[in-house]
Design a protein around this ligand. Structure first.
Ligand SMILES: Nc1ncnc2c1ncn2[C@@H]1O[C@H](COP(=O)(O)OP(=O)(O)OP(=O)(O)O)[C@@H](O)[C@H]1O
Ligand SMILES: [Mg+2]
Length: 304
């Protein structure tokens, strides 16, 4: 089995709208796979289909190498947290988890305690009702509920949405621990790319229902070179002057010039621009973040 989850041209049409269009994504065992895309891109639509919560209009997917009826049996090995976790607000984390265990035919003794430790709620008052929890605690309880039954894959839709930095860090620690201690594969959606890039090691970029790209963190690093950004009073003239000394500069989508080669020669770049009678307003070194990479990809597509 090469992939723990693979979709094949998965498509969902709502009325006239293709909320997901021919999505073929690939998740390997043990990965934390980040599904990224702006509001309305189709993230929840895809996750609902994969979780068995909605039926694809077209296309198919395989779980743990199985398809069709065999695959549907595998859905019990998938834990899901989509949108709001369904908590009983008057009951504590302990009681919420216990009810889910009983519903799934799992003996709660000992099991619930372990889960509470795993999601960082081990020290929380056993009687404290979930409605009085912080958003971060509720979100972690939602993850705990998805973990009942020891799934091999969990699907989490925006689990860090609305959390403060502390809450985000706690969820991140919980997920990292889950992978390390339990070897669980995690599919997670978010539009907080800076945070996601600290957690995920593979990504799928979804834009207007289409999967634009898939890449691992390593591939991202390999693809996204460092660059030097120049801002000048006349970018076209500066680019010409740089070209004459053998340095190619391309227009940057934020109104500057971008050089991706001979980066150590910043003194030459500065001198060339200034000696051509052009004002140099900024010259800075950059590495491309996940966010830059994403904006470049989706922005380009959007305008093109
Ligand atoms: N049940 C539905 N009926 C009709 N249209 C829907 C339905 N669910 C989603 N859509 C539409 O499909 C598109 C994709 O929605 P989806 O919820 O999958 O996006 P998303 O990436 O999860 O966005 P967000 O970041 O806001 O959660 C949107 O245009 C949305 O309006
Ligand atoms: Mg959504």
């Amino acid at each position: 089995m090469e992939y723990i989850l693979e979709t094949n041209e998965l498509t969902k049409v709502y009325g006239q709208k293709e909320a997901a269009k021919d999505v073929s994504l690939h998740i390997r065992e043990g990965q934390i796979y980040g599904l990224i895309g702006r509001n309305g891109a189709g993230k929840t639509t895809i996750m609902r289909m994969i979780s068995g919560l909605s039926t694809p209009t077209r296309g198919s997917y395989s779980l743990f190498g199985k398809t069709g009826a065999e695959m549907r049996k595998e859905l019990r090995n998938v834990g899901v947290l989509i949108e709001q976790p369904g908590l009983y607000p008057r009951l504590s984390a302990y009681e919420n988890l216990k009810i889910k265990c009983l519903a799934m035919g799992i003996k709660p003794q000992g099991y619930v305690e372990q889960l509470l430790q795993l999601i960082g709620l081990g020290e929380t008052d056993r009687k404290k009702p979930a409605r009085s929890y912080s958003l971060g605690m509720r979100q972690r309880l939602g993850i705990g509920l998805a973990l009942v039954g020891d799934p091999r894959l969990i699907i989490l839709d925006e689990p860090i949405n609305g959390l403060d930095p502390q809450g985000i860090a706690e969820v991140r620690d919980t997920l990292t621990r889950l992978r390390k201690e339990k070897g669980i594969t995690i599919m997670i959606s978010s539009h907080i790319l800076e945070e996601l890039s600290k957690l995920a090691d593979a990504y799928g970029v979804i834009h207007e229902g289409i999967l634009l790209d898939e890449f691992t963190l390593e591939e991202l690093h390999r693809r996204s070179e460092q660059y030097v950004l120049l801002r000048t009073s006349d970018n076209d003239a500066a680019a010409l002057a740089l070209e004459r000394v053998g340095i190619h500069a391309a227009a940057d989508d934020r109104g500057g010039l971008r050089v991706t080669e001979r980066l150590e020669e910043t003194p030459l770049m500065a001198r060339t621009v200034v000696e051509a009678g052009i004002d140099l307003r900024e010259l800075s070194d950059h590495s491309v973040t996940l966010e830059d990479y994403y904006l470049n990809m989706t922005g380009g597509k959007h305008n093109g």
